[in-house]
Design a protein around this ligand. Structure first.
Ligand code: FEO
Length: 177
């Protein structure tokens, strides 16, 4: 059994993860349109991941006898000034998600809801990884430079970062299986 407050806060988190999934999907489309295929692949994978994050909470709420709600999701922006600004937006959104996960932990802690505290640990680790990944990309963009001549190299770099992230996910899935 879960408290109404905890259930409401987890349903809000579903919204935030769902918005992230749509935001990254919009970014994938923009990248495709700009000819940034490596970045588009990265964003498509991120978008899928966020959908999984959303569904994980959805199932958890049902598992603890709550009522999971499908979120109303506002349309995300679909144009971005530059690839650097786009990744800065991603990083800012991930920081917002991390804060929201911390707020959930706070509620679970106050309510002695050990099941939810335990469930949220996975998200704590996931957010640490996601923020680190975005910082790596922003650092590489800074090193390469963000002028029009650099786009080819930025895209190549993001493609290889995406391949490494994909391989890590496959290894993790293998360990769980
Ligand atoms: Fe599920 Fe990247 O926050």
């Amino acid at each position: 059994m879960i408290s109404e407050k905890m259930e409401g806060a987890l349903n809000n988190q579903i919204s935030l993860e769902g918005y992230a999934s749509f935001l990254y999907l919009a970014m994938a489309s923009w990248c495709d349109n700009e000819g940034l295929e490596g970045c588009a692949e990265f964003m498509h994978r991120q978008s899928e991941e966020e959908r999984e994050h959303m569904l994980k909470i959805f199932h958890y709420i049902s598992d603890v006898d709550g009522f999971a709600l499908t979120p109303q999701i506002k349309q995300p922006p679909h144009k971005f000034d530059s690839v650097q600004k786009m990744f800065k937006t991603v990083y800012a959104h991930e920081q917002k998600v991390t804060k929201s996960i911390n707020d959930l932990l706070d509620i679970a802690n106050k309510e002695n809801d050990y099941s939810t505290l335990n469930f949220l640990q996975w998200y704590v680790e996931e957010q640490r990884e996601e923020e680190a990944l975005m910082r790596t990309i922003l650092d590489r963009i800074k090193l390469i430079g963000d002028g029009p001549q650099s786009l080819y190299y930025i895209d190549k770099e993001v493609r290889s970062i995406n391949k490494a992230a994909q391989a890590a996910e496959a290894a993790e899935a293998g360990n769980q299986g």
